[in-house]
Design a protein around this ligand. Structure first.
Ligand code: HEC
Length: 217
């Protein structure tokens, strides 16, 4: 899917991920696979299912990567979504969006996100070659990047902050001047989140009347 949002806003996460892949994961890939490096599956296996809903930070303010995010509520997959008319990436990627379950349930009840919400975007390689597949694309095992959008009104001015992970370790906050914030602020349907691309949530927000005033379908 291609969207034609203003091209000056184009520092899309997907392009950044593509750079990150080239810069970091290429090197990782030689020793261990990217999937092993992230090893969220291993962490999830070791952990019991977490009952802790909100964000967890290191003492220096870096956000910890939630180990069991693959057990969260799945909102949507985008394939090769691009924020500009020209196509940026020369390879195909899926992005998968997950919501932390407590926050998801609150959204279903109220049409908006409570304090402590964690939304996670995971990028995976798309491939068409494998097993019996003849057409179309499926996701391969390589996690290429993870980004988190967190609502923590006590900690962040404006309520929300972005974090970009380049491995399983904690991540520093992306500065508020980055265009992550302006694009989400200007174009996202509900409270700076892209609910217009999460089909199960859009109808709820529409019914509850929680769409942002500036949102255009
Ligand atoms: C030009 C617009 C634009 C910019 C800039 C942008 N995003 Fe997004 N973002 C989107 C769209 C569109 C989606 C919906 C993706 C989907 O449906 O898969 C999204 C979804 C997300 C999500 C899932 C939760 C949510 O808020 O809907 C996260 C996390 C995210 N982006 C992080 C980032 C980060 C980090 C940056 C900056 C490095 C960034 N984005 C920059 C358009 C943008």
């Amino acid at each position: 899917m291609k969207r034609s949002l203003p091209s000056r806003l184009v520092v899309c996460s997907i392009a950044l991920v593509a750079i990150a892949v080239a810069a970091n994961f290429g090197a990782l890939g030689r020793g261990a696979s990217a999937a092993e490096e992230w090893s969220t599956e291993n962490a999830a296996r070791a952990a019991t299912i977490s009952t802790e809903a909100g964000p967890a930070y290191e003492s220096d303010g870096r956000l910890k990567l939630p180990a069991n995010y693959r057990e969260w509520i799945f909102l949507s997959s985008g394939l090769d979504m691009s924020y500009s008319a020209r196509s940026a990436a020369d390879h195909s990627m899926f992005d998968n969006v997950f919501a932390e379950p407590t926050a998801y349930r609150e959204f279903v009840r109220t049409g908006t996100w409570p304090d402590g919400t964690l939304l996670l975007l995971e990028t995976r390689g798309a491939t068409s070659k494998g097993s019996i597949n003849q057409q179309g694309k499926f996701q391969n095992g390589d996690v290429m990047g993870v980004e988190i959008h967190v609502k923590d009104t006590k900690r962040f001015q404006g309520g929300w902050a972005f974090f970009s992970f380049d491995g399983p370790g904690a991540a520093k906050r992306i500065p508020a001047t980055a265009d992550c914030y302006s694009c989400h602020q200007q174009h996202a349907a509900v409270d700076t989140t892209f609910v217009q691309f999460y089909p199960t949530l859009l109808s709820i927000a529409t019914l509850k009347g929680t769409l942002s005033p500036g949102y255009k379908p």
